[in-house]
Design a protein around this ligand. Structure first.
Ligand code: FA5
Length: 343
């Protein structure tokens, strides 16, 4: 046999043996492969070794070296396969390990239902051309009250109805008219921040947390989320407001939803309304809305003779609860995974 033939036989054999060991799916298959390639009596290695004698003397050294290399490579592939299958104590593998058992699924977190709701709401409003706007959760009284036409003596500013900061800093913000910051009680603050920043036309929504010292019950929580909408342009009317809210409601709750406005009062809108949706057999209040009060336009430097606009603020949890049939807002914040994993 020529050296060349000998070497290429070994190459092919090595490849075959390694593949057989690597793909063996249990100890029996592996043992069968071991016998086939390395068996003392009739294994392929034995056949090859026999042929060493027919190689030219001058080439025997090279052939021998390759044969040794073949043995150690194939032996190593065998050991690896044994370790993988865990069946051989000599490999140090745990004999109680059963590779055929299904793996353990790692527990992966998922997005909170309220956050999912906010993403959904943003998507719906985005399709109507509303851009997202943001504002801080720690606010000054100018943005939470004054610019929204809520004067000093208004009950909405009562310390019992707001979370004022104990460390209220003075002089850090020239808008901080009374030096007493608070956790914002409504996302209407963002209306002011947007209008201070930009000229009309304006079409924004803002989704975020708000805080009120309300006692928790099935529909109230001291921290909750609102979706604020603001549209300012020339000739904006209540009809535009109603249309936008109807399109929003049908997109979020379905085609059979109805919308109702009830007269109400907010210092920053005139006229003001409460917004109810009729869905699944009952009227439910989701938020407040109205035409932006001229006093608000003056506070941000817009000319109320030129511009008009509407604003609305809806409770995100109430929307989420209604859509998913959740009856108690406290479930959303209980941290109970049995509840949260359903969404
Ligand atoms: C407001 O907060 C006004 N800023 C809404 C507004 C915006 C009016 C723009 C006009 C123009 P109100 O206090 O009604 O309004 O709250 C709006 C909604 O927030 C409520 O309808 C309700 O859905 C939700 N909400 C209020 N308090 C809580 C609470 N403690 N827990 C859960 N949701 C609440």
């Amino acid at each position: 046999m020529s050296l060349q033939d000998f070497l290429s036989t070994l190459d092919g054999l090595e490849e075959e043996a390694s593949a057989a060991f690597e793909t063996a799916c249990d100890a029996d298959t592996l043992e069968a492969a071991r016998v086939r390639f390395l068996g003392q009596k009739s294994g392929a290695l034995r056949d090859v070794q026999k042929r060493m004698g027919s190689i030219d003397k001058a080439d025997r050294k090279t052939a021998g070296m390759r044969l040794n290399q073949f043995k150690s490579n194939v032996q190593e592939a065998l050991e690896n396969a044994k370790t993988r299958l865990g069946g051989d104590d000599s490999t140090g593998a745990d004999p109680t390990f059963d590779p055929s058992l299904p793996g353990r699924r790692p527990s992966i977190g998922h997005i909170h239902p309220v956050t999912q709701t906010m993403t959904h709401l943003m998507e719906i409003m985005g399709r109507m051309g509303f851009e997202a706007a943001e504002g801080p959760e720690v606010e000054d009284p100018w943005h939470n009250f004054v610019a929204l036409n809520i004067p000093e003596d208004h009950p909405a500013r009562d310390p019992l109805d707001n979370f004022y900061l104990a460390t209220a800093a003075t002089g850090t913000n020239d808008r901080n008219v009374e030096g007493s910051q608070l956790l914002r009680s409504q996302t209407s603050t963002v209306q002011i921040r947007v209008m201070e920043d930009k000229q009309p036309p304006i079409r924004v929504i803002s989704l975020g947390r708000v805080y009120r010292p309300d006692a928790p019950d099935a529909t109230h929580f001291p921290m909750f989320h609102q979706m604020e909408g603001l549209l300012v342009d020339k000739n904006v009317t209540m009809a535009n407001l109603k249309t936008v809210l109807r399109v929003f409601a049908t997109n979020y709750l379905g085609d059979d939803v109805e919308i109702r406005f009830r007269p109400s009062f907010f210092p920053f809108t005139e006229p003001s309304v409460e917004v109810d949706f009729f869905w699944n057999g009952s009227w439910v209040e989701f938020g407040g809305a109205g035409m932006v009060d001229p006093a608000v336009f003056e506070a941000v430097g817009y000319d109320p003779e030129v511009y008009s606009g509407f604003a609305f603020g809806l409770g995100v949890e109430r929307l989420c609860m209604r859509r998913h049939g959740i009856t108690d807002i406290r479930d959303l914040y209980s941290g109970d995974l049995r509840f949260l994993q359903q969404f």
